[in-house]
Structure formats: C-alpha cells, structure tokens
Design a binder for this molecule. Structure first.
Ligand SMILES: Nc1nc2c(ncn2[C@@H]2O[C@H](COP(=O)(O)OP(=O)(O)OP(=O)(O)O)[C@@H](O)[C@H]2O)c(=O)[nH]1
Length: 317
C-alpha cells in the first residue's frame, strides 16, 4: 500500500522541451523499478506526445484545452483516478505549453486537500533562443506567460543552449535569476541533465506565495491569444514540398507537430516544429493513427494554411 504519492509539475512554453524531459524522468524512475504515471494535457484535440511515452506508463490525457481552462476539480479528480487505478510511485503533470502554472499549482494543491500527495515542485523548461528573442522585443503575451512560468519554478532548465551563443547563455542566466532568484538554473541541450541531482536540488517549498494564487483569475487571460489548427490528411504528401511549406510557415505559427505519410518514402514520420526549427523522426505507430498535423500560434490565417496543405495533397501524382 503506497503512502504518499510525490507529484511534479512540468511547465514551459510550447516546444521548449517538456516531453523530452518527461522521457528522461520516466527512464530515471523506471531504472529504479518505480512506476511513474503521467497526466498530460494538450491544447487542441490530438495528443501526439502520447506516442513518445512508453506504453507501460499509466497516462491520463486531458485534451481540447488546457488544465488551467478546465476546472481545477477535473485535475484533482484525474489525480485521484490515477492513484486509485494504478497506484503509481510518482506522478508528473505535464502542462500544455500555454498553461499558467499558478492555475495548475492551484489544482494540485486542491487535490492535496483530500489525497495523500506531496507536491515536490515545479520544473520549468525554457527554450533559450525563444526567451532571448522575446526579451529583446520586451513585450507580448507569450513573453509574460514565459516570465510567469519562470517565476513559479522550483528548478529551471535553460534548454536548447545549442541554439544560442555562449555569452548569450550568461545573459539568459542573469535574466532568469532576476525573475526567480530562488530556483537553481541548469543549462541543457535536449534536457540532458543529471536527473538525480536536478530532483535533489529542487527547492522544497514552491516560490509561490499564497497571495499569488488569488491573482489567478487575472492571469487566466494570458493565453487567450493562442489558436490551433488541426489538419487531417486525406492523402500522402511529398516530403520535400512539405518541408518547404514548414520552412515558410508564417512567424505567427510557433509550434507544430504531426504524423505524416510521405508519398516518396516508405516509413511514417513524427514531425516537430518548435520556434522555427523542424525535426523529423521515423516512427511506426501501433494501432490506427491518422495522418494529422497540429499548428499552434497567434492570429495566423487558418484558411491559408489549410489551403496550402490541401494543395500539397492534390499535387501528389
Ligand atoms: N536544438 C534543440 N532542439 C531541442 C532541444 N530539446 C528539445 N528539442 C526539440 O524541440 C522539439 C520540441 O520538444 P518537446 O520536448 O516536444 O517540447 P514540448 O515542450 O513538450 O512541446 P509542447 O508539447 O508543444 O509544449 C523537438 O523536436 C525536440 O527534439 C535542444 O536542447 N536543442
């Protein structure tokens, strides 16, 4: 009979590397014969990250929105269900990239009122290049949300430092320390960090004062601007034409992912696009997984994107 279930919250803007870190956390716990469970939520109505998490890990998905938009009660009942059904040794709540971490903290804290759980802390993953750019531009809702995610962290991963220069890493360290002097900051590439010391160095208490939670209603509006377009493919498309479309995506689209069948290759691909960097991974999904791509951004034209994608399907010979 398990006593108290530790819970970690994983936060970070879209595409910063949360799922990459989640995979490493799962490996770490499984190597110790522990059973981790995951609560994942995605903005939009498909969750492709599920494919990246091992099948033996119990997982709950909360789709079509984000944890902080659904009621907090939903999150706490998901936690309760997982504990009763699977008795995991540890739970990770991976927040959608546009979630406000204060709301999620609030949900987990509510669950702690009637469940034997121990909120260990909040890990925020930062896309170094993206943060640097927003810092230089100084403003915008995405920038404020990223600041919020950094402020709430009990440990911070300054990820994707391969995408910035060494002196820029120093600048970023100074920036994040000025927003959160409390959390240890760990620079990383592909979230390749020493998990044991990361979890060990995590500050025991969260830096969120009780009063901050009362601001949550005000903060809730912070991701109203984010929109999603989900495209289901009827036909396989040419890989080069697709890559070209991705390379020319409007700047307003800052995240995309999908599963694709290309007309010119035999295998299927999981494609990722985060802050202007595309990535393709050969996969062999089990079961009936459709060809689909999800695009997330701010005020981009869904119809132009839909037309461009349909044109790719139609140009296939
Ligand atoms: N260049 C570079 N790419 C990285 C790094 N870490 C992760 N990536 C890539 O960035 C993309 C997004 O990573 P994810 O781990 O899926 O990001 P996420 O935060 O879970 O994304 P959402 O689920 O959309 O919020 C993937 O293609 C990763 O392989 C890094 O340190 N450097």
């Amino acid at each position: 009979m398990k006593q108290i279930t530790p819970i970690y919250i994983l936060s970070g803007f879209l595409g910063s590397g949360k799922t990459t870190l989640l995979q490493k956390l799962i490996d770490f716990w499984q190597e110790q014969d522990l059973l981790p469970a995951v609560i994942m939520n995605e903005i939009g109505d498909v969750n492709l990250d599920v494919l990246l998490v091992k099948e033996q890990v119990p997982m709950t998905e909360m789709l079509s929105g984000c944890i902080c938009c659904t009621s907090r009660g939903d999150l706490s009942s998901e936690i309760a269900n997982l504990i009763h059904k699977d008795s995991p040794d540890v739970i990770v709540v991976e927040a959608t990239g546009v979630a406000n971490p204060l709301e999620i903290l609030d949900g987990v804290t509510e669950a702690a009122l009637y469940l034997k759980i121990d909120l260990k802390g909040l890990i925020t993953v930062v896309d170094s290049e993206h943060l640097l750019q927003l810092y230089r531009e100084q403003g915008g809702k995405t920038y404020r949300l990223m600041q919020e995610q950094i402020r709430c962290a009990s440990v911070l991963l300054l990820n994707k430092i391969d995408r910035v220069r060494a002196e820029e890493v120093d600048t970023l360290n100074t920036i994040v320390a000025s927003w959160n002097s409390y959390a240890p900051v760990i620079p990383s590439v592909k979230c390749d960090v020493d998990i044991l010391s990361m979890l060990g160095n995590m500050r025991a208490e969260l830096p969120v004062a009780g009063s901050s939670l009362s601001q949550s209603e005000h903060l809730h509006a912070s991701h109203d601007h984010v929109m999603v377009y989900t495209h289901y493919f009827n036909e396989a498309v040419d890989s080069e034409a697709f890559e070209e479309l991705i390379a020319n995506l409007p700047r307003e689209v800052y995240r995309a992912k999908g599963i694709l069948t290309f007309s010119d290759t035999n295998s299927r691909f999981l494609f990722q696009y985060a802050f202007r960097e595309p990535d393709f991974l050969k996969i062999n999904p089990q079961g009936d997984v459709p060809d689909v791509a999800v695009f997330i951004g701010e005020h981009f034209s869904r119809s132009s994107l839909a037309d461009a994608l349909r044109a790719l399907e139609n140009s296939k010979t």
